[in-house]
Design a protein around this ligand. Sequence first.
Ligand code: PMP
Length: 353
Amino acid sequence: MSKFWSPLTASLVPYVPGEQPKDKTYIKLNTNENPYPPSPKVIDAIKAAANADLRLYPDPTCEGLIQAAAAYYGLPAQQVFAGNGSDEILAFAFAAFFDPAKKLLFPDITYSFYKVYAKLYGLQTELIPLDEQFNVQVDRFHSDNGGVIIPNPNAPTAQLLPLDEIRALLENNPNQAVVIDEAYIDFGGESAVQLISEYPNLLVVQTLSKSRSLAGLRVGFAFGSEELIEGLNRIKNSFNSYTLDRLALAGAVASFEDEAYFRETTAKVIATRERVTEQVISLGFKATESKANFVFISHPSIAAKGIFQQLRDRGVLVRYFDQPRINEYLRVSIGTDEEMDALIAALREIAGS
Ligand code: PMP
């Protein structure tokens, strides 16, 4: 606490990211990064962009990148927004669309940044409970709200909402912005991008951090009606008109040019996830049905916090949430096959089977 802080700063409880420890080398399965490197074409493009032009500001409109993303999804460029990771785009969306006079709705177990942004922008919230199996209950998202945000698949529960349920949500909420955060959609989900031509209130947010192995580059996108994209640009240009730097722009454009690499690495992550799910179940764990690049697991008789610590002692880092209802679960990112073999070996020892 400092006397120089505004009341807002003093009242904030900032988001705590997954740990990035430096004491030793861990098998890092705690922040849902992709275990495979980015496409070599991306690295080449970034190297080529590391030239004398760095003395110049980057293109404030991100035109080349927006055109590449628009072409990839078959959309007009006016329906695409690019930002510094999807976290930044989500922050812009909270400021641009959600009505502080009414309650913003999101699932009670979800990406914990939503609460932080709501606080930052002075928004009231109503948390809509997940059902017993951790499914998002779309029919409980009533229409008296100041906006809706849902990750699909949800985090950290990993479960997917089918597109017809998102459609139902949009039908029930024609007058508010509905944001679908698709950070993990490429690992087995069907994107709601195909619905944006029908619903002018739908904003779909995606990222290159997960399925494109570019968490370090900080690039995300939003897709929506022209009016929503214009709203995001108004907020962006009120903060900093140069959101993406020259290296990020070059690397991100190149990532859309290597579809084969993207498909191959994504398929590997999915195959490993399916195998690991079966193996943890055979060790006595239960797991939600994951359509993400992580699994959400729980043991009926061994406390999750203890498992977390024992894994850590063995050099395997996973995510534990000290939070009601999910404090018996661990979120485990999908690593390489070798990393997951080490995880399974450690869990086998811990579970004593
Ligand atoms: N949304 C969800 C649901 C996430 O889990 C994450 C990653 N922590 C993000 C958005 C942010 O991703 P990024 O800023 O790297 O694009």
